[in-house]
Ligand binder design. Structure first.
Ligand code: F6P
Length: 470
């Protein structure tokens, strides 16, 4: 078996790995003697052409620096002001500055040039996320003949949203240079297939543009997961218990409704607080009996649309406080700060309701982690957006349309009134699904599928949905 080379924009840092993805890929890399390649986090005037190789807690990491201008065009510009909003169907929040594409392309070329000398012919390369869609093309242009796979962690857009992206035709051609493209959900593969089957390429001068040929690329849904059993253990660890005690003291007998999300417009945070406001307005028996905690660590805050989301959330939370708070009772707490996984696991376990209501989301691992952290004898209820990839594997959550705040308010009421036997029945099914879709198997399924010598996929067929792209 060849080595595994993982490529992503950010690379894992020192200390305990933050996410399940980093843990799972670290494990796989340790077994296969591979390395992780990505941006160092440093911005310099003139980057070295070669990657710096370091050992980070036993993991070999190769990193390159970027110039400030390239990083702005590649990360803040094309990736997060064009691709992110378009892929999340928020064209109203996209800033179309077509020239950012050049910086995006330049960084992908820089990645390829620094990565190529580190490769062996039988290395398998696994590229992650929308920042690096052109990487296979750039590597192949430099002569790489390796198996190269790509995994999209965010949703794939509908054809109309895709057509709105400058240079979408090149991007799709770039995707066709991968041997395997993995997506989060069947929904994403269906959107991809719709584009692939009904391409209407055009150019300004009317010249003929060829459709993209996807006949050599497999596009498959591999829903990512977490490690729910590890989360279950973490939720009763001393660090988690410390957080639980702190919050229990302030909650007294109130039941906790919890949201944990990056401060991103795709997460539907203002709508969520509005739904909570409607619950308090509609059903006065809940006042003084419940408390909403929203943890929202700031994210991409150099981008105007993120600052505006933060301002909107401040205003909505302020409105709810002004409307319902009393000198001795606050309806909600809103913290713009990140917490470590042990603290979060404790909060998940303490919560009566997990509110995971993004307007659109690739998967949403908070849903997985919330399920993993529950007490099996007294589990909380998961309210989940039907527009998160997670909805495909967790139909036993209370599924809501997050744009409809009346519906979310009603789901909150149902969750708070739900009898114990129904909570246990729903959670048991949810936990079984979270265990089945664990992150270790996810990585294994993807890599088995990408492996040069084909393996028998019969055992993974239930999570695969093969697009008819021939
Ligand atoms: O969910 C998509 C994603 O890009 C993840 O890969 C990443 O961890 C997260 O969003 C945070 O994004 P950023 O790296 O821009 O802070």
């Amino acid at each position: 078996m060849g080595r595994l080379v993982v490529v992503s924009n950010r690379t894992p840092g020192k200390g305990p790995a933050a996410g399940g993805l980093a843990v799972a890929l670290r494990q796989t890399l340790a077994e296969r003697e591979g390395f992780w390649f990505g941006w160092s986090g440093k911005l310099v005037d003139i980057p070295e052409p070669h990657a710096q190789i370091t050992d980070i807690d036993g993991l070999t990491v190769a990193q390159i620096d970027l110039t400030r201008d390239d990083h702005q065009a590649y990360y803040g510009g094309y990736s997060n002001s064009i691709l992110w909003p378009s892929f999340h169907l928020r064209l109203d929040l996209a800033t179309i500055e077509a020239h950012w594409y050049e910086g995006y392309r330049r960084v992908n070329t820089q990645f390829a040039r620094a990565l190529l000398p580190l490769l062996k012919p039988d290395d398998v390369i696994w590229v992650h996320d929308y920042h690096l869609i052109p990487l296979a093309t750039e590597l192949r242009n430099l002569g790489a003949r390796n198996r190269i796979g790509f995994y999209l962690h965010i949703p794939f857009p509908t054809p109309d949203a895709l057509y709105a992206i400058p240079h979408h035709q090149e991007l799709m051609r770039d995707l066709s240079r991968y041997d395997l493209v993995g997506m989060q959900a069947n929904r994403d593969v269906a959107a991809f297939t719709e584009f692939a089957d009904h391409q209407t390429p055009s150019s300004l001068d009317g010249a003929r543009v060829h459709s993209v040929d996807f006949s050599r690329t497999e596009v498959v849904a591999f829903p990512i997961g977490s490690d729910p059993d590890a989360f279950a253990r973490l939720a009763v660890s001393p660090a988690a218990t410390k957080m639980v005690r702190r919050v229990e003291r302030t909650l007294a007998d109130q039941r906790l409704i919890l949201g944990v999300d990056r401060l991103d417009y795709s997460k539907g945070l203002p709508q969520r607080v509005e739904a909570y406001e409607k619950l308090l307005a509609n059903d006065s028996r809940f006042r003084r009996q419940i408390h909403m905690l929203q943890v929202a660590p700031p994210s991409r805050d150099a981008i105007k649309e993120y600052q505006e989301t933060s301002d909107t959330l401040d205003a909505v939370c302020g409105r709810v406080m002004g409307r319902f708070a009393e000198p001795d009772w606050q309806p909600l707490t809103y913290v713009k700060r990140a917490y470590g996984q042990p603290s979060l696991a404790g909060l998940y376990r303490l919560a009566s309701v997990g509110l995971v209501t993004p307007l659109r989301d690739g998967m949403n691992l908070v849903a997985h982690e919330f399920i993993g952290a529950q007490d099996p004898t007294d589990p909380g209820v998961l309210i989940l957006s039907r527009f998160a990839g997670a909805a495909e594997i967790f139909p036993d959550a209370l599924l809501v349309n997050p744009f409809d705040t009346d519906e979310t308010a009603e789901a909150l009421r149902m969750a708070l009134d739900m009898p114990l036997d129904e909570r246990i029945a729903r959670w048991t099914t949810l936990m079984a699904s979270a265990q089945k879709h664990n992150v270790t198997d996810w990585a294994k399924h993807f890599l088995d599928h990408l492996a040069p010598a084909k393996v028998d996929h019969s055992s993974t067929r239930d999570v695969l949905y093969l697009a008819s792209v021939a």
